[in-house]
Design a protein. Structure first.
Length: 347
């Protein structure tokens, strides 16, 4: 089995898990183009991916998802809750209050009047000696459509910036009509294993401020690899899932002091620190020292904050924990990066 962390951090997350026969992308938090670039750098072939599995709907995990899934035409696995939240996120909403509706209708009336006046002025300016086809004012519906298209008046969320799509024309046409369109969609339930090719996947619920967040253990031919990032603390179900794991991508998001003294507004600090935020170096070290079973050949620290952490602080905290544990020699400690992929780990 092989794990390749393409990117890890609040600006984008993506990891390839491969067995002899199957290749799975965990999250697609970089643009489709960047994912292709990083896969090429690490010797992974995007055209050989069998599926994409999604941990949760935060943009750093799904930013490149629709474009990539449509281009590759492969199934995307979500929980139903995560899928619903993702659909809401990428579908522009145009609900408005009565007051906003009145304002909007007034703006439309003005736009229509201006369009009619411009058409009339253009008609008057025509030289009567040279008959030309009369300029019709655009139909009212076209004015309304243009207005809505150029100024979505009260949409709360807009879909992410479109990338040039290189998918099949019929898929592009469906995506045009439905921003949440995916060529193939599969659902899984947290706590219930499922298989893709020859990889068994055990999704486990994580405490995080998303609709239905999950981590995963991937198992093939007796080798187990885990992805556990974006969690506020490590509850018993996660501790249980991380037993007998050979390679683990584990969050070590922030240094507590750096976060407290750092640039984030108070409300964001509270969110990160909360039971549904992110794991601190200290919490991760505590887990490694007290709960971890020492089974891994490699532990990768990931989702390291660029504002509230220094990679060496994360490494030091984990190393100290593992020395106390007496298992450092058996554990290669690696750091996943935001800007560059990590060399593949093969077992
Ligand atoms: Zn994240
Ligand atoms: Zn998240």
């Amino acid at each position: 089995m092989r794990m390749t962390v393409l990117a890890s951090g609040s600006k984008g997350n993506s990891t390839v898990i491969s067995s002899a026969r199957t290749r799975i992308l965990v999250d697609a938090g970089l643009s489709c183009r960047e994912l292709h670039r990083r896969m090429a750098l690490t010797g992974e072939d995007p055209s050989k991916l069998d599926a994409i599995v999604i941990t949760h709907e935060h943009i750093d995990h799904v930013g490149g998802l629709p474009v990539l899934a449509r281009k590759l035409g492969i199934p995307v696995y979500f929980t139903e809750g995560t899928h619903r939240a993702w659909v809401r996120m990428v579908t522009p909403r145009t609900t408005m209050s009565y007051g906003q509706w009145l304002d909007h209708m007034q703006a439309l009336k003005i736009a229509r009047a201006e369009t009619s006046a411009a058409a009339a002025a253009a008609a008057n300016a025509l030289d009567p000696e040279v008959p030309e086809p009369a300029i019709e004012p655009p139909p009212i519906q076209a004015v309304i459509d243009a207005e809505l298209a150029t100024k979505p008046p009260h949409s709360h969320r807009l879909p992410p910036e479109p990338e040039p799509e290189e998918c099949a024309p019929e898929i592009a046409e469906k995506a045009q009509r439905d921003p949440a369109y995916l060529p193939s969609l599969q659902f899984f339930k947290p706590g219930t294993s499922f298989t893709i090719g020859d990889i068994e996947i055990c999704p486990f619920t994580t405490p995080h401020d998303a609709a239905d967040p999950c981590g995963f253990v991937f198992e093939s031919e007796g080798i187990r690899m885990a992805v556990a990032t974006d969690l506020g603390y490590i509850p018993p179900n996660v501790k249980a899932a991380l037993k007998r794991v050979d390679v683990m991508l584990l969050e070590s998001n922030h240094d507590l002091e750096m976060l407290r003294d750092g640039p984030y507004p108070w409300s964001v600090k509270q969110r990160v620190l909360s039971r549904v935020g992110h794991l601190s170096n200290e919490t991760t070290a505590q887990f490694l020292e007290q709960e971890y079973d020492g089974h891994c050949t490699s532990i990768i620290l990931g989702h390291i904050s660029e504002s509230n952490n220094i990679p060496e602080l994360a490494r030091l905290a984990a190393e100290r924990a593992l020395i106390n544990h007496g298992t450092l020699l058996g554990n290669r400690l690696l750091l996943a990066h935001q800007s560059t992929p990590l060399d593949s780990i093969n077992l």
